[in-house]
Structures are given as structure tokens and as C-alpha cells.
Design a protein around this ligand. Structure first.
Ligand code: KET
Length: 399
């Protein structure tokens, strides 16, 4: 019966991470998946999360189904984090927010919603984008196109080309934007560029779908969400998918949220209802544990302060690692290639290594980066950074 089913070629990120786990070489370095490791190379359990978890253990209670929309305190705190505690749209009750199975689940629920209520609309994602954006949106039945984004020559942004193309899209098209720490390139729009993009979205009557998987890893929690607030203030039809996988180091708990900013509270209530019906049709309702952890940390003054401080330390460590590999590559690769490590922001740098160099890095040096050349700089530490720099130097020089 199942003979005709072809082999799964694997996922460019998750399958590579699985291969890494099986690699027996002791000097191996995982710079493939977007996971933050600490300076000891360990996946951290954040102190605030540990404390929230201990408190939950002491107060173990029954575990009923959550509502289809998720835990109310989680929805409330997640919405405040994304849109700002004093957001006008929040005060007006015109944002529909629901708990989702990670940022990926938010994208999928949002994609299903758009496919159903905007059947004629297509989506435009950046070239390049997170590989799974195309997979999720095509999986929901949308046609996925790209807009110009990364400039391979300079390691920067093709902003004029991007704006030009977005300015010519059909009305009600969907434009997927990364709030901060662009995956895979590490190249973001500046505040001035966001301000230039907003009237274009407005004039063309486009829908902005903002993916924010790295809030707090760029410039700070508030700074990284500034574009979301700018879009909301400009009354652009706006959908956001945010994730707590990275900024809470809670990857396996699958904590995310989807928000749709509406015209008024009545519209938000109808949109929320339809999002709930999408959830019911997919997985019925979300899980409890991770949501309780996130909600309890975000709503408790002391836990929240501890979480924010630890997140700032993670952000600063990434910057230090960028500096370290940049220094380690001095005189070993050309300056355009080297400058990217300090010019780009967030967990990722687009190294400019080609496929065969990436393959040699893995085969000969046990250093794993994605086939596209994307490196997760959050996997570097004081012990492996120099080894990685010399491995890159070796594959670039062809030695
Ligand atoms: N959006 C972006 C831009 C993103 O990089 C990820 C994960 C997600 C959403 C998904 O978040 P989650 O809450 O885990 O569902 N990216 C890393 C892991 C992965 O590919 O799944 C990565 O790019 O390595």
C-alpha cells in the first residue's frame, strides 16, 4: 500500500542538526541550527524559567484542556511584549492574539487563515528567507513569491529594489517581513528604511505579516519590536507571529503567539473566533506547561527583571563572538567577507561561503554551517572561535 511513497530528502536545517548529533568527532562545532548556546557550549536553562518551574512544581494542579485560543495570561503578556504595554491598539481591544505551537505554529495558523479569507492573495517573502517560510505557506496552499533583499556583493540590503517591487504588488498581497535579526542574512532594515516602507504598504493596500522569532537578540526587547509598533500605529493591516523558543531558551516547549491587528474590537473578536476554528481543525488546543512558564515570568516583576538581564547577557555574548571571529579572520579572508561578522546582527551571519566550502568545512573540519552559508554565531564560544576561524581560512584558501 505504501510502496509509492518516496523518501523524504530531509530538511536543510533540522536534518543537518540531526546529522551533527550523530557525528562522533570530538572537535565538532554546531553552527547550523538557530539555537543559542552559552560560552560552555551548553543550551542554557534561564534562571527565571528555572524559578518559575520550581514554583509550578510546588503548586502542581489539574491539567485540563486550555481554551482553543490558549492560556489567557499568556495571550495578554505576549501581546504586551510584542506591541508594547501602552499600545493604543491593545487599549482599544483591537488585537486578536492567540497562543500557538511555537513561532512555526503561528505562521501556519496565520497562513491557513489568510488562505481561507484572502483566497486571491499571494505572499512575497525576502530573497533569501528562512527556508521554512516557503514550506509553511505553500503547505497552506498559498503561492509564494520573493522580493529582492540581500546583496551578495556587499553583504548588505537591496533596499531600493525591495521598495520598488513591493510598490508594484497587487492590492491585498501579503508581504512577509522579519522584525529583527533577519534569518538567514543578519541584515535588517534601519528605522529610516522601515519609515520609508510603511507608506508604500499603505498606498498599495498590502497586508504585512511580521515574523519575530528573535525579539531581544538584536538591539533590545523594545528596539527589536519598534517596526511592529510603527506598522500598528500606521494602521497597516498587520499580522505578527512571535516565538519564545529563542528568547526564553524554551525550544521544545513550543511557545509562540499569533496576533492580528484589526480595525476595532468587534472585528478582532470575529478574527479571533476564526483563528480558534483553525486551531480546532488542526490540533484542537495548545499545551499548558511552557505557556505557564512564559506567562509567569512575564507577569512577575522579579522574574521578569531576571529574564531581561539574562537575555541582555546572551545578546552581548553574541556580539562578543562576532568580534572574536572577526578578529580571528584578520588577514585570512578578504575584507568584504570578514566585515559581515560585525556588520550583521542577531544569531546569523551569511558567511558568503559557497556550497563546496561548506561541505569541506563539515567533512574535513567537523564545523557545521547551512548549505546556504548561513552560520549561527550563537554557537561560537571562546574555545571554538579560533578553530572555526582557521577552518574557514583553510577552506577559503583551498589549502
Ligand atoms: N521564524 C523564524 C524566522 C525562525 O528562524 C524560526 C526558527 C521560526 C520562525 C520558528 O520558531 P519556533 O518557535 O521554533 O517554531 N528557526 C530556527 C530553527 C528552525 O529552523 O526550526 C533556524 O532557522 O535554525
Amino acid at each position: 500500500m505504501f510502496e509509492h511513497i518516496p523518501a523524504y530528502p530531509g530538511d536543510p536545517i533540522l536534518s543537518l542538526n540531526e546529522d551533527f548529533q550523530l557525528d562522533p568527532r570530538p572537535n565538532k562545532v554546531n553552527l547550523s541550527i538557530g539555537i543559542y548556546f552559552d560560552d560552555a557550549g551548553k543550551l542554557p536553562v534561564m534562571d527565571a524559567v528555572r524559578r518559575a518551574e520550581s514554583a509550578l512544581l510546588d503548586a502542581i494542579g489539574p491539567r485540563s484542556y486550555l481554551p482553543m485560543s490558549g492560556l489567557p495570561l499568556y495571550r495578554e503578556t505576549a501581546q504586551a511584549l510584542v506591541f508594547g504595554a501602552n499600545s493604543e491598539a491593545r487599549a482599544a481591544g483591537r488585537i486578536a492574539t492567540l497562543q500557538t505551537i511555537g513561532g512555526s505554529g503561528a505562521l501556519k495558523v496565520g497562513a491557513d487563515f489568510l488562505r481561507r479569507y484572502f483566497p486571491a492573495s499571494q505572499i512575497w517573502i525576502s530573497d533569501p528567507s528562512w527556508e521554512n517560510h516557503r514550506v509553511v505557506f505553500e503547505g497552506a496552499g498559498l503561492t509564494v513569491n520573493t522580493y529582492p533583499y540581500y546583496d551578495e556583493e556587499t553583504g548588505g540590503l537591496r533596499f531600493a529594489d525591495m521598495i520598488d517591487m513591493i510598490g508594484r504588488l497587487p492590492e491585498r498581497s501579503i508581504v512577509l517581513l522579519h522584525a529583527c535579526c533577519h534569518n538567514p542574512t543578519g541584515v535588517d532594515l534601519s528605522t529610516a528604511q522601515w519609515a520609508e516602507l510603511v507608506p508604500v504598504l499603505q498606498r498599495r493596500r498590502l497586508i504585512a505579516f511580521v515574523d519575530m522569532a528573535y525579539q531581544g537578540f538584536g538591539a533590545g526587547l523594545e528596539e527589536d519590536a519598534a517596526c511592529v509598533r510603527m506598522l500598528a500605529d500606521a494602521d497597516i493591516p498587520l499580522i505578527t507571529a512571535n516565538s519564545f523558543s529563542k528568547n526564553f531558551s524554551l525550544y521544545g516547549e513550543r511557545c509562540g503567539a499569533l496576533s492580528v491587528v484589526c480595525k476595532d474590537a468587534g472585528e478582532a473578536s470575529r478574527v479571533l473566533g476564526q483563528l480558534m476554528s483553525t486551531v480546532r481543525a488542526n490540533y484542537s488546543n495548545p499545551p499548558t506547561h511552557g505557556a505557564r512558564l512564559v506567562a509567569n515570568v512575564l507577569s512577575d516583576t522579579s522574574l521578569r527583571a531576571s529574564w531581561e538581564a539574562e537575555l541582555a547577557t546572551m545578546r552581548e555574548r553574541i556580539l562578543a563572538m562576532r568580534g572574536m571571529i572577526h578578529a580571528g579572520l584578520a588577514g585570512r579572508v578578504d575584507e568584504v567577507m570578514r566585515a559581515r561578522y560585525v556588520a550583521q546582527r542577531g544569531m546569523f551571519t551569511y558567511t558568503g561561503l559557497n556550497e563546496s566550502q561548506v561541505e569541506r568545512l563539515r567533512n574535513e573540519h567537523a564545523v557545521y554551517v547551512l548549505r546556504s552559508g548561513r552560520m549561527c554565531v550563537a554557537g561560537l564560544n571562546a574555545r571554538n572561535a579560533d578553530y572555526v576561524a582557521s577552518s574557514i581560512a583553510a577552506v577559503v584558501s583551498g589549502a
